[in-house]
Design a binder for this molecule. Structure first.
Ligand code: HEC
Ligand code: HEC
Length: 504
């Protein structure tokens, strides 16, 4: 009778432990310590059955045990199809194979896929799409090769920020991702294979690994944040001192702010109902890119008077600027664009972006300056509308204007002929006469290539949020902002679906 019970218990244990093992059930009796995992129970059951049963059942139990044992050993083997094993060498005779290993790392240990897409049709997110990175990398930074650019992107991602993106990419050689040099080499081969050629040349790491921790930890999901924590960020980073949101108190109300000037700003109570999250994110990371009409700041000099205030409106001929006196009284000034004073242009790059709308420039071989409205520009030329015609002027072949300031603050302006402060003399044509100056007597030198009128509008919003906010703070802040739909003043505390909203 006792024997029968043992036989039946043995059989039941074998069946139950086998099912539990296959179903990856927690260990029994103490799951948290992984005490006696089901594989051990199963082994015990097989042994018991082999002892207590009649010969045929012994044989059956033994066979099941052997089959299971082989499956168990096979399960212990590292799965070579994912990149979870340690990489010991790369076979550069097979660059495609290396790129494939890199792809595995991209999707697993590297956690790159948590942020980056490899699909041009994917919605534009917080991180650049890398479908054509092999082709793009070569032209990202002048003078920096494709491989070098990718090396820097992975080791020091903050060095060359892709315009329009925040400083959120982790240094992937460090904790928590902790890729080894070989793994990074493989990832670079994979990135180069996306639209470019794989360059197998070895490189030296531009970093010092000596004090970097190397344990891998899973990253927090990027696109999820907590609304309540985001509300704290909104208050702590002082967004609330300029922006009103229904139901959010400003603890510093009335105090003086030392970090920035508090200004009138749009209320954000329904900002998520009006804008896409991408726009909202950009407002925080790149505040000067798009400015809400009527809120931008300008500083201009017109007929010698400096106006520092808010740009109220603008048309083809004039602008209206509102200034605020120390006692708080506000005045609106209407200023004709042609009355704005010309100022020296010391750097001819990105003129339109800097707000220049007219230019006066003298080509190297000529004595007559060209003066007119800037209609277009590229890296080497600027297109100027003079009367009814347009003229394309080189940015490199221009006559330089030089202003020398001596120690008595006397300024001499002339056309530069030769010499800099580091030479024995500076020669300029002043009022048609060539003159020589001793750099020793000169306090400051300003070299200008042209003159122009400029209207540069900037957002009053501080532009250091990308540096101030951690990835987590920003995710939480965006979660909070995404909850501002103006629906009710009662706060929701669920974080469900926030990720989807943000990735729109
Ligand atoms: C937490 C999100 C995040 C993770 C994880 C991440 N990146 Fe990035 N990555 C970014 C962001 C944001 C940028 C753009 C800003 C910049 O240049 O740093 C970027 C930029 C890049 C660029 C430059 C792209 C260009 O168009 O010039 C490359 C290359 C790149 N990442 C590769 C990787 C690889 C490979 C991994 C994984 C090993 C990775 N990233 C992991 C967020 C991330
Ligand atoms: C110094 C005052 C100031 C601070 C501080 C400030 N902002 Fe702004 N913000 C403005 C002004 C003014 C505008 C409108 C001009 C513009 O579009 O840049 C604006 C625009 C915005 C917009 C776009 C609103 C729209 O209707 O187009 C968003 C979103 C925004 N801010 C969010 C924030 C967040 C989040 C913070 C805190 C991290 C913050 N702001 C901090 C002044 C401020």
């Amino acid at each position: 009778m006792k024997n029968v019970i043992i036989k039946i218990v043995g059989l039941i244990l074998m069946v139950v432990s086998f099912i539990a093992y296959v179903a990856k059930a927690d260990a029994f009796p103490i799951a948290s310590e992984n005490l006696v995992p089901w594989s051990v129970w199963f082994t015990i059951a097989v042994l018991v059955n082999m002892v207590v049963w009649f010969p045929v059942m012994k044989l059956v139990s033994f066979s099941i045990g052997i089959i299971w044992f082989y499956a168990f050993i096979a399960g212990l083997m590292p799965d070579t199809s994912t990149a979870s094993g340690t990489l010991e060498s790369l076979d550069w005779d097979d660059p495609e194979g290396v790129a494939e290993i890199g792809e595995g790392i991209f999707n697993t240990k590297g956690q790159c896929a948590a942020c980056h897409t490899l699909d041009t049709s994917a919605p534009k997110g917080r991180c650049p799409d890398l479908s054509d990175i092999g082709a793009i990398a070569a032209s990202r930074q002048p003078g920096v090769s494709s491989k070098q650019y990718l090396i820097e992107s992975l080791y020091e991602p903050a060095k060359y920020l892709v315009p329009g993106y925040g400083k959120i990419m982790p240094e992937v050689w460090k904790n928590p991702i902790a890729l080894t040099q070989l793994e990074i080499e493989a990832v670079i081969a994979f990135l180069q294979s996306k639209g470019g050629d794989i360059d197998p040349t070895p490189f030296d790491e531009p970093i010092n690994r000596a004090d970097a921790d190397t344990t891998t930890v899973a990253l927090e999901p990027l696109l999820t944040g907590e609304i309540e924590k985001g509300k704290e960020v909104f208050i702590d980073t002082a967004c609330v001192s300029c922006h009103a949101v229904q139901g959010v108190e400003n603890p510093q109300a009335g105090d003086e702010n030392v970090d920035f000037e508090v200004v009138t700003a749009p209320e954000l109570s329904d900002v998520a109902a009006v804008y896409e999250m991408r726009y909202i994110e950009e407002s925080i990371l790149l505040p000067h890119k798009e400015i809400l009409p009527g809120y931008g700041k300008v500083t201009i000099t017109a007929q010698g008077i400096i106006y520092d205030g808010t740009l109220v409106s603008q048309d083809e001929e004039k602008i209206v600027v509102k200034t605020k006196a120390d006692d708080g009284t506000e005045t609106e000034h209407t200023i004709r664009l042609s009355d704005i004073d010309e100022e020296p242009i010391t750097d001819l790059s990105n003129l339109l972006e800097k707000g220049y709308f007219t230019i006066t420039i003298t080509p190297a071989g000529s004595d007559t300056p060209i003066s007119g409205e800037i209609v277009d520009e590229d890296a080497d030329t600027v297109t100027v509308k003079v009367g009814e015609e347009t003229q394309i002027v080189s940015k490199t072949d221009v006559k330089k204007q030089m202003t020398l300031i001596d120690y008595s603050d006397v300024e001499t302006v002339g056309e530069h002929v030769s010499g800099t402060r580091d030479d024995a003399e500076i020669v300029m044509i002043v009022d048609g006469v060539e003159e020589s100056f001793d750099p020793f007597d000169i306090q400051d030198v300003i070299t200008a290539f042209a003159k122009g009128r400029k209207l540069y509008e900037r957002s009053p919003m501080p532009d250091n949020f990308p540096d101030l906010l951690s990835v987590k703070d920003l995710a939480n802040l965006l979660a909070f902002l995404s909850s501002l739909t103006g629906a009710t003043a009662t706060e929701e505390t669920t974080t469900e679906d926030v990720g989807e909203v943000i990735s729109e």
